[in-house]
Design a protein around this ligand. Structure first.
Ligand SMILES: CC(=O)N[C@H]1[C@@H](OP(=O)(O)OP(=O)(O)OC/C=C(\C)CC/C=C(\C)CC/C=C(\C)CC/C=C(\C)CC/C=C(\C)CC/C=C(/C)CC/C=C(/C)CC/C=C(\C)CC/C=C(\C)CC/C=C(\C)CCC=C(C)C)O[C@H](CO)[C@@H](O)[C@@H]1O
Ligand SMILES: O=c1ccn([C@@H]2O[C@H](COP(=O)(O)O)[C@@H](O)[C@H]2O)c(=O)[nH]1
Ligand SMILES: [Mg+2]
Length: 349
């Protein structure tokens, strides 16, 4: 196992350093988030959180082992995503360009490390369901889905940072418990970088606010799917593929359900709006910090169900059906939320 002390310390310190150095450069780089339309924050906020996390994590990986091909492969793919996200933050790129580059990164990931969705696990207790030639296209879809699911959570202070912190904590736990100690380095470094970012994002200790930007939320999504594939698809896997769904339950459900709802309303599924779980929580009257705690609480329940199902080795089909049932319930609740709220209010009066 890698020695963790210096990589983690360097990662945290370099993230703090990058947050400090990049803040005054944000204006010149065009990386300021200016409130308008659906962007309802106060003031011009530097979009430098993601770049800083990237600097810290890359340094941590190289300090741990600069000869590891796997580390260079991750840094290269992450660099492409971070540059794409930063260009999008500064220039608003088209959806097509973003999807093409994200697909190319998925292909690079498969080509460099053979990291892909090869099987869905032992869903029918007849042995692993091998995907064969379907694996690579499904991997591209999973990479695009994870990147965009985490991007979509980045709509209120602290949410994308805390959800990814929880996901990284869960992945570290699974990997340390079930035999992938070396693989756990990446989620541990992500946590070391995300903590200083979150402190700034939530303005703790008098720090000034920064956002992740699409560079950061897309970097998180890429790292998550990278680790889900390493954790569930390699020879010494730490968890079963179906558990991956629970580890990212809230971002995955939010994205899937919002896309279904947009299509049913006759809109493009890729049309940005303020109908995500965090927006609805605010409109229900929760203060931003309460909405944050509420959603993190839900995500914590999801991760705990995944961990318990893994620990008890519940049948994979049952765990998948439970996830789909929760997804259907969530879809129903969100589609009827205002009717439910007004009925409850009428009954109370
Ligand atoms: C557009 C938008 O919303 N914008 C936001 C955002 O604004 P921002 O400005 O930042 O961004 P932009 O607007 O500029 O937009 C950026 C994005 C784009 C334009 C591109 C959009 C792209 C997408 C939305 C992605 C498209 C998604 C797909 C193509 C595919 C969908 C795929 C899945 C859902 C599955 C993915 C799975 C994984 C990721 C995990 C896989 C990994 C494993 C190891 C597990 C595999 C093992 C298994 C056993 C799984 C097997 C599974 C099955 C076969 C069973 C089926 C299960 C599933 C498919 C899982 C999903 C099921 C459910 C969830 C259940 C649901 C059930 C019911 C409903 C009944 O942010 C702003 C701020 O917030 C915001 O305002 C703005 O709107
Ligand atoms: O920490 C955060 C992150 C985001 N927001 C708000 O969400 C939008 C999201 O921007 P996108 O360009 O759609 O990614 C951002 O402009 C902020 O208004 C936030 O308040 N806090
Ligand atoms: Mg975004």
């Amino acid at each position: 196992m890698y020695s963790l002390f210096w990589p983690v310390v360097a990662c945290a310190l370099l993230t703090i350093g990058a947050l400090t150095v990049l803040r005054p450069l944000a204006h010149r780089l065009g990386l300021l988030d200016i409130p308008k339309g659906r962007k309802q924050h106060q003031g011009k906020i530097p979009l430098i959180g993601g770049l800083s996390v990237f600097v810290g994590v890359s340094a941590g990986l190289l300090i741990a082992d600069s000869t590891a091909f796997e580390h260079w492969a991750f840094i290269s793919c992450a660099l492409v995503i971070v540059v794409l996200g930063a260009l999008d933050d500064a220039l608003d790129l088209s959806v097509a360009i973003r999807l093409v580059i994200q697909s190319l990164v998925a292909i690079a990931m498969m080509w460099l490390l053979d990291l892909h969705l090869a099987h869905l696990g032992n869903l029918f207790a007849l042995g692993p369901i091998e995907l064969g030639w379907l694996g690579p296209p499904l991997t591209i879809i999973a990479v695009i889905a994870a990147i965009n699911a985490f991007n979509m959570t980045d709509g209120i202070d602290g949410l994308a940072g805390s959800l990814s912190l929880l996901t990284m904590l869960a992945l570290t736990f699974f990997m340390l418990m079930w035999g992938q100690q070396d693989t756990a380095l990446l989620p541990i470094l992500m946590m070391a970088a995300l903590l200083p970012y979150l402190a700034a994002n939530l303005q703790c200790f008098g720090l000034r606010k920064v956002f992740l930007g699409d560079a950061g939320s897309m970097l998180i999504g890429l790292t998550v799917i990278w680790l889900l594939l390493q954790g569930s698809q390699s020879a010494e896997s730490s968890f079963r593929p179906v558990t991956a769904l629970w580890i990212i339950a809230i971002p995955l459900l939010d994205m899937t359900v919002i896309m279904i709802r947009r299509i049913r309303k006759g809109q493009s599924p890729f049309q940005a709006d303020r109908e995500h779980l965090h927006h609805i929580s605010l409109r229900l009257g929760l203060a931003p910090r309460h909405a944050l705690l509420f959603i993190i609480g839900l995500a914590g329940v999801g991760v705990s169900i995944g961990a318990l199902a893994e620990y008890l080795l519940l049948p994979e089909l049952l765990v998948l059906l439970l996830f789909l049932a929760v997804g259907a319930g969530y879809y129903y609740l969100l589609s009827h939320v205002w009717r439910i709220v007004s009925t409850l209010r009428r009954r109370r009066n």
